[in-house]
Design a protein. Structure first.
Lengths: 219, 623
């Protein structure tokens, strides 16, 4: 046996404790699945939906995959409460989307906004942001440990390939990602697309017959 | 390994260190379970990409999320390059599954079309084709442990090859037999729209991104195969005996899915094929080397090659799609006609190759490499995007971005027993665009091996070395370009931008539900200015329905070379900080059309303008 001890391994890990912390927060330990048992849906989950713990703007503790994404139709974007750039415009836009979707938000279509500055964005700060923008019920704002939100941001593809731009939160990705998790149907559009078109795109996630009308659901 | 593009030295060092650390971990006898517990393995079983374990650098945030699948290494040049399969036709509509085609949409019978055929009765089809879009299994390399599930036209990839003729209208009925919801293997939408790139086709048959063909339904595409100008500027019969401007002849087209939001997924999954458009009776580009332009005869010496780069999950050898990528996807497996780095055997004579870059995002610069001394063998470039230059040009290589086509003549005369490679020498390390560096011959990626070991056969095709020498100065060998004398009615500027990851044109996004963003007056000419304001990204810009001529690139008329943007095209390769001016005429058919970036990842997020041609047009210079 070669001379690498657990101590050396921990030194490797120690060199980037951030990473260790991140890894530790990821999926609760379980035996690694055999390749033949893993479905494409599992692969998407493993790659993109770490089951980190988050807190909603109403103070509720949730697990990202288990509680927010699994078996659901979801609409996800990133923001932060003190953002003066694109967030207000996108939030206003998504509020219009929520109005068109009516009572379905929180019922069979789930909207989530994740914080890019979780160290600042307490649940209270997010609740205030939501109230200020007239966000309706059923749309959850989420914060948590910075390492977890960063992992989510990367896992969900809200990154810039240039590390310098990527580090500048005020210049963050303004897309909205939506998907039907059980159907493995995922797409994204600009957050500043017209609300009716965003609703249309959300509609394509659903089987025909259960799609929202771009003109509004009422309720 | 020939199948992975060269890394830089720093990365090499990191790679070696990482490999060393990994070996130590393995040698120490840590079980997978231990590694998982220590946070060194993801639950997918991959070593976490941290510094010291991966070749990829950490970001400034200290963590790299980097689970981009990398395919397993495969032995190159072991499998034959398939030839595309020609699609047979019916002469009677009665042979089609479903009701006979009709002008108004047959909604009751399951037709997805929502707009009347403009010219079905005026240009009645002489040939009928039926395509079934469906899932199927395919293995692109024999060393893969299992096939992947692809989606394709008639259950093959690439899809069947159409052999079409000007003056011979045709109708293609596409049945959507794709799997039910939930069976897409992780990507792909079972609602489609098929675009013939770049037919002069009425809008209802063009494959508009907002017109869908849903499962269990069919969509009839009427392709009149007419020359532009046929019912406007050139209504009288030309020398080929048909109406239209002969100089608007195109020859190498392709067809692919174009579904709003899901184009990149569906095309990557296999929904693409090619379409060869000839003139009848051996005239011009007639397919017979004994007449017309005397180009190598179809099908024996006229060879379609579809290039695409793909990634296969290293654990399962399944086709893997980078689902949440916004910038552009690069594959590490270079495929030709659906096979990874295959081999093609030729006779010692001239061949016509029709090259298509299917994407999703990579740019190529192909040369023919002679491996014995790492030199390039010159070739004749004949056309751009399926449109002949005035004369072919002798070049060292050709640059092809997504959706561009190039037809070349490669002459293997007297070279029996030799081996060549099609080599991609354009360096590209991420989906944004090539770095600009053209690698030296032999330093690039070999995509296809060509062995000159087939029997010697007669070659009656034109030899451009002698043919051009005897041509009077200024006279084209092919058609020459259409005139650009029709006065420009309006000049419009299109800025291709990236706003916080959102792909925009003039700051706006496409919307299927709104009226078109601007209108072109039927049978007029316009000048369009394309500007790349997106920083580090490059964009192949594509307009449906008509071909343009490039007036200027960065203020200068474009030179004709292997990197040519001169001539007639339908994809403008908008490189870093580039500004291009192009001249269009929009004739014969009114209706809705898109203008968009053909890096299909950008297209989906949503670098596209939905416009229309109508009777009045508008004069909006910044739509």
């Amino acid at each position: 046996m070669k001379n690498i001890s657990r101590r050396n391994v921990m030194a490797l890990l120690g060199a980037a404790p951030f990473v260790a912390a991140v890894a530790a927060r990821a999926e609760s330990p379980k035996p690694a699945p055999r390749a033949e048992d893993v479905t494409s849906r599992d692969r998407i989950r493993e790659k993109h939906f770490p089951n980190v713990q988050l807190v909603t703007h109403e103070g509720k503790k949730v697990r990202f995959y288990d509680d927010l994404v699994k078996d659901k139709v979801v609409v996800i974007n990133f923001m932060y409460a003190k953002c003066e750039g694109i967030c207000p415009g996108i939030t206003t836009n998504l509020v219009k989307v929520q109005r068109i979707l009516g009572g379905r938000v929180g019922k069979d279509i789930f909207m989530y906004s994740l914080s890019l500055k979780p160290e600042q964005d307490t649940p209270e700060a997010l609740a205030e942001y939501a109230r200020m923008h007239k966000v309706g019920p059923g749309w959850q704002y989420l914060t948590g440990a910075p390492a977890d939100l960063e992992l989510l941001r990367r896992s969900l593809g809200f990154t810039d390939p240039d590390p310098l731009v990527d580090a500048d939160k005020s210049n963050h990705i303004g897309n909205v990602r939506y998907g039907n998790e059980p159907l493995q149907r995922w797409a994204a559009c600009p957050g500043m697309s017209k609300p009716e078109m965003i609703v249309e795109s959300i509609g394509w996630l659903l089987p025909q017959g259960s799609r929202p009308s771009a003109k509004g659901e009422g309720k | 390994m020939a199948n992975i593009s060269k890394r830089d030295r720093t990365r090499e060092k990191r790679s070696e260190l990482a490999a060393k650390n990994r070996r130590e971990l393995i040698a120490a006898g840590f079980k997978r379970r231990d590694l998982l517990k220590m946070g060194l393995l993801t639950s997918a079983g991959m070593l976490i990409p941290k510094s010291g374990l991966s070749a990829r650098p950490l970001t400034s945030a200290g963590f790299v999320y980097d689970d981009t699948p990398q395919s397993r290494p495969t032995t190159p040049f072991v499998e034959e390059m398939p030839r595309l399969v020609e699609k047979p036709f019916f002469t009677s509509a009665a042979s089609l599954t479903g009701p006979p085609p009709q002008v108004t949409p047959n909604t009751a019978a399951g037709e997805s079309r929502t707009i009347n055929h403009q010219i079905l009765t005026g240009q009645p089809p002489q040939k009928y084709y039926e395509i079934h879009q469906k899932a199927f299994q395919a293995k692109s390399h024999p060393e893969f442990s299992q096939p992947s599930t692809l989606w394709g036209y008639d259950g093959i990839f690439p899809g069947p090859l159409f052999r079409a003729y000007y003056g011979e209208p045709m109708l293609v009925r596409h049945w959507n037999d794709l799997p039910p919801d939930g069976q897409n293997g992780g990507f792909g939408l079972n609602s489609t729209t098929t675009h013939l790139h770049n037919g002069h086709t009425p809008q209802e048959s063009d494959g508009h991104p907002c017109f869908f063909n849903d499962r269990t339904h069919f969509y009839d595409h009427h392709y009149p195969n007419v020359l532009a100008g046929f019912q406007s500027t050139h209504p009288t019969l030309n020398a080929a005996g048909i109406p239209g401007d002969l100089k608007e002849s195109m020859h190498t087209l392709w067809y692919h899915d174009h579904r709003f939001d899901y184009t990149s997924q569906n095309v990557y999954k296999g929904m693409a094929g090619m379409f060869n458009l000839f003139h009848k009776n051996g005239q011009y580009d007639g397919g017979d080397e004994n007449s017309g332009f005397r180009l190598p005869s179809y099908p024996n010496f006229d060879v379609n090659m579809v290039f695409n780069d793909a990634v296969y999950d290293a654990q399962t050898d399944q086709l893997a799609f980078d689902l949440f990528n916004l910038d552009g996807i690069l594959g590490d497996k270079m495929q030709v006609n659906g096979k990874v780095q295959p081999v093609f055997h030729v006779s010692p004579r001239r061949y016509r190759f029709r090259w298509l870059n299917m994407g999703p995002s990579r740019f190529y610069q192909f040369s023919i490499l002679d491996p014995t001394n790492n030199t390039t063998k010159q070739i004749w470039q004949m056309s751009t995007d399926g449109n002949f230059l005035a004369r072919p040009v002798k070049v060292d290589g050709v640059r092809i971005s997504v959706a561009e086509r190039t037809d070349v003549i490669v002459d293997f005369t007297g070279l029996a027993g030799k081996t060549f490679y099609i080599e991609n020498r354009l360096e590209q390390t991420d989906g944004r665009g090539p770095t600009g560096k053209v690698l030296n011959p032999g330093q690039g990626t070999k995509v296809l091996k060509i062995v000159v070991d087939q029997p010697a056969v007669a070659d009656n095709s034109v030899n451009f070395d002698t043919a051009l020498a005897s041509l009077p100065a200024g006279q084209p060998y092919f058609y020459g370009f259409p005139d650009t004398t029709t006065p420009i009615r309006v000049t419009r500027t299109f800025k291709f931008e990236r706003n916080n990851g959102q792909w925009a044109v003039n700051g706006k996004f496409p919307n299927c539900l709104e009226p078109p963003r601007f209108a072109i007056k039927l049978n007029t000419a316009e000048k369009w200015i394309f500007q790349n304001n997106s920083g580090g990204w490059q964009h192949p810009i594509h307009m449906h329905f008509e071909e343009f001529q490039t007036l200027k690139i960065n203020g200068q008329p474009p030179a004709v070379s292997g990197i040519v943007q001169a001539g007639r095209k339908d994809v403008l390769r908008l490189e870093h900080n580039m500004q291009a001016e192009v001249y269009f005429r929009f004739r014969d058919f009114k209706g809705l059309l898109p203008l968009h970036c053909h890096n299909v990842v950008h297209e989906d997020h949503a670098m596209m303008v939905l416009l229309e041609i109508n009777d009045n047009g508008d004069l909006n210079p910044n739509p």
